[in-house]
Design a protein around this ligand. Structure first.
Ligand code: ADP
Ligand code: MG
Length: 234
């Protein structure tokens, strides 16, 4: 088998080809994704807008290498993640992908700064460099006075800003976000979303962002939706 590391990058940060996912339930098999094809070009920001229960989170988890598909391919930086063992998938995810959840998923016992330092340490960055980068990121999101706050001492908007900073900590080529402002009030959501888009555009990161909000979707480069288990133009 060829070494996956030696496959040259195609320039397409993320490509899903014929991706399938079904869940086994007591009522039988539930096919959620039935052959999803989707490409994210470098620096492209794509909105994923579809009703609840259609498979947005499932799709993002597969793209983020958090789950494995039942069929098809997930190509990250030109490498087929499907054939990789768990350790290599984890390394590829850490290097290439930032993930923002609807609920911040920050580590509660660590400060804002530490939450951004830790994934960098895991990637082999020195503590000194990781701390400097954490401070830069948090400052860019207006949180320079919140570095030592734990998540419970932050507002919802601040928590999501920290979560976005964490997703950008290892300079990913791909950012995946699952309704990242869905848990915030309208004004805060609008502001945090603008900051997210600015940060992603400014860094040339490709992004796939699930949202229910058509106004937010309209600010991205294009919109796709899920219909009967397929990704189609929105
Ligand atoms: P969305 O994010 O668009 O709301 P999800 O990807 O969370 O949709 O879920 C798609 C469908 O798959 C839903 O019908 C959901 O109930 C089902 N589903 C999600 N996760 C599981 C699971 N672990 N086991 C069984 N069914 C699941
Ligand atoms: Mg969801």
């Amino acid at each position: 088998m060829p070494d996956a590391q030696s496959v040259p990058a195609t320039g397409t940060p993320l490509a899903l080809r014929g991706v399938e996912r079904r869940y086994r339930t007591e009522a039988g098999e539930l096919p959620v994704l039935r052959g999803v094809d989707l490409e994210l070009r470098a620096g492209e920001i794509v909105a994923l807008v579809a009703p609840s229960g259609t498979g947005k989170s499932t799709l993002l988890h597969l793209a983020g290498l958090l789950e494995r598909p039942d069929g098809g391919q997930v190509m990250v930086l030109g490498r087929d993640a499907g054939g990789l063992p768990d350790d290599d998938r984890t390394a590829l995810r850490r290097e290439a992908i930032g993930f923002v959840y609807q609920f911040h998923h920050l580590l509660p016992e660590f400060t804002a700064e530490e939450n951004i330092v830790l994934p960098q340490l895991a990637a082999g960055v020195s503590r000194r460099d990781a701390t400097a980068r954490a401070r830069d990121l948090l400052t860019a999101f207006g949180l320079q006075d919140r570095l030592q706050h734990r998540p419970t001492r932050l507002s919802g908007g601040e928590q999501q800003r920290v979560a976005i900073s964490r997703a950008l900590a290892n300079s990913p080529k791909i950012l995946l976000a699952d309704e990242p402002t869905g848990n915030l009030d309208v004004d805060t959501a609008d502001r945090v979303f603008s900051e997210l888009l600015d940060a992603v555009r400014g860094r040339g990161v490709a992004a796939l962002i699930a949202t229910h909000n058509p106004d937010l979707a309209a600010r991205m480069d294009r919109t796709v939706t899920l219909r009967e288990g397929h990704v189609v133009p929105g």
